[in-house]
Design a protein around this ligand. Structure first.
Ligand code: 6GU
Length: 256
């Protein structure tokens, strides 16, 4: 799979592709990437890429001409082209799975107030927001989107890790522990060191349900959950719910 990132600040993006799991995926030939500096497609003397908004208002927009040429060279819109913007469709795991089936993806990073609408109309196929908050630029959002997508490609990380993580099951992930079994008087729950795999699975599912009820109750109304969830949910509520971080008291279920 090849990512083409179109940005005015390729140096922000480069470090991400050259470290850790992504670096290994690139070295293994699973992922390719190209960083396109939009400014290289601005042909006037000052290589100007932004301009004022027609109709007035604060901030600057990315001008159409450099963007149009850069996106044409990247194969847009025949190549699927994501524009990361706070006014896009809210990104989620299902969208990441859908994008991960493409062999090529372009990602356009906005700066300033956004981009000229004519570019969105003719070159962009998907407008994506990563959440209900405002970032100063699209590069960080683009890396969030790339990360969620590339790790789903075969061979990047193990299938087992993918299946167990949050959202794969529709619930938040259960708490996990490693050695030592007692740390500073705090003990790992006995069941996890018991070797009883059925009991461990049941403990984990219950902990997932309790945590989901506390932090993301809306996820519990989905119809894709394991069938035991209903009865476990009743148990969880009877027992007082999730323990908030930073306390040893049983927390309240619902909002903090
Ligand atoms: Cl995709 N871009 C920016 N600049 N801010 C955001 C965002 C994207 N998603 C949420 N906030």
């Amino acid at each position: 799979m090849k990512f083409t990132i179109l940005t005015l600040f390729p140096e922000i993006v480069r470090a991400y592709f050259e470290a850790s799991v992504m670096k290994r995926a690139v070295a293994a030939g699973l992922i390719e990437y190209e960083l396109v500096n939009i400014r290289d497609y601005a042909y006037d003397r000052h290589r100007k890429c932004d301009d004022e908004v027609f109709g007035g208002g604060a901030g600057m927009l990315l001008k159409p001409e450099p963007l149009d040429r850069a996106l044409e060279a990247a194969g847009a819109p025949s190549v699927r082209t994501i524009f990361v913007t706070p006014s896009g469709r809210l990104f989620n795991q299902r969208m990441a799975q859908d994008f991960s089936r493409e062999e090529r993806l372009n990602i356009l990073c906005g700066r300033y107030e956004g981009v000229d609408q004519r570019i969105i109309d003719t070159r962009v196929t998907d407008e994506v927001s990563i959440g209900d908050y405002v970032l100063s630029s699209g590069e960080v959002a683009a890396m969030v989107v790339v990360d969620a997508i590339y790790r789903l490609r075969p061979g990047v990380i193990s299938g087992e890790s993918l299946e167990e993580e949050s959202f794969a099951s529709g619930l938040l992930e259960y708490p996990q522990y490693t050695r030592p079994a007692v740390y500073d008087t705090m003990q790992v729950p006995d069941v996890l060191t018991s070797g009883n795999h059925a009991q461990i699975a049941r403990w984990r599912l219950k902990a997932s349900v309790a945590k989901t009820l506390a932090y993301r109750p809306e996820l519990l109304s989905k119809d894709n959950l394991p069938s035991e969830v209903d009865s476990i949910l009743r148990e969880v509520i009877d027992e007082g719910g999730w323990h908030e971080p930073g306390t040893s008291d049983p927390g309240r279920t619902g909002q903090k």
